[in-house]
Design a protein around this ligand. Structure first.
Ligand code: CIR
Length: 253
């Protein structure tokens, strides 16, 4: 059972975070309040929230998910294709609980944690701007040692796989239409993000049974409620402004 949540705060330099499109104005103080609310919601759901020290030299460090991937009893230290993010990994590695088999993606492999999720016996790995085939191959050998089959998924429209495909439970995913190679997701139950809310819905299942969802996607939230989920909306607008979602703000172990 997952019960530790690693998180990392918002640096003053967050205004310089990487973004895919035109750089937005980011309100750092509001981002901090939203991040504090996120931490509180994790704690209320029963996680032991552990904070990794903020790093002013890495504006994107709040997106801690990208630095490491937990695969069963293993932890894989990532190697982003975004060179400015590579220095984020040291303190995250140090914060990992003892007992995990720790290994690291090596050049020429690249991988961001936002491109990886497991469901059933499969590990889904996004082939994206940040994760390449060499990175996926290295991850595959770890996944295989953990009894998981790796399924690469090409990401066409979005930063990471989990920008556009969110696990909801043991068999269901929330998917942005026409954003990924959907045939790779065959066998999973798909719920589509509602038109008009494209790239605004993010979701994170909590250990207490609720589903954390972004407040920017009320129609998709209603759809999820009618599908039987218990949504817990949260406003993370300033983190979304830098292309973040709800999974990327923590590593759940
Ligand atoms: C970046 O471009 O790397 C950050 N501004 C956003 C990273 C979001 N990470 C994630 O969704 N896993």
């Amino acid at each position: 059972m997952t019960d530790i949540a690693l998180v990392r705060g918002v640096p003053d330099s967050f205004t310089q975070a990487l973004v895919l499109g035109v750089h937005p104005d980011i309100d750092v103080q509001l981002a901090r309040l939203q991040h504090a609310r996120y931490r509180d919601m994790l704690a209320a759901a029963g996680y032991e929230v552990r904070q990794v020290p903020v790093d002013e030299t890495h504006p994107d460090c709040v997106f801690i998910e990208d630095a490491a991937v937990i695969v069963g009893t293993s932890a894989v230290i990532a190697r982003s294709a975004a060179a400015p993010r590579r220095g984020e990994i040291g303190p995250v590695r140090e914060a990992l609980p003892a007992g995990l088999n720790v290994c690291a993606i090596e050049a020429p492999g690249t991988l961001d944690g936002g491109d990886v999720f497991t469901m059933g016996d499969n590990l889904y790995a996004g082939r994206s701007r940040r994760t390449n085939d060499a990175g996926i191959d290295q991850l595959r050998s770890v996944a295989s040692s953990e009894g998981l089959t790796t399924v690469p998924v090409a990401v066409h429209d979005g930063l990471h796989l989990k920008s556009v495909v969110l696990p909801l439970d043991r068999e269901s995913i929330l998917v942005t239409p026409d954003a990924v190679e959907e045939r790779a997701l065959t066998g999973l139950r798909i719920i589509y993000e509602v038109a008009g809310e494209r790239h605004r819905a993010s979701a994170l299942p909590l250990r207490d049974g609720r589903l954390l969802v972004t407040a920017t996607a009320p129609l998709t939230t209603s759809l999820l409620a009618s599908a039987g989920y218990t949504p817990a909306p949260i406003d993370v607008s300033e983190l979304q402004a830098a292309d973040g979602g709800l999974t990327c703000l923590s590593i759940l172990i």
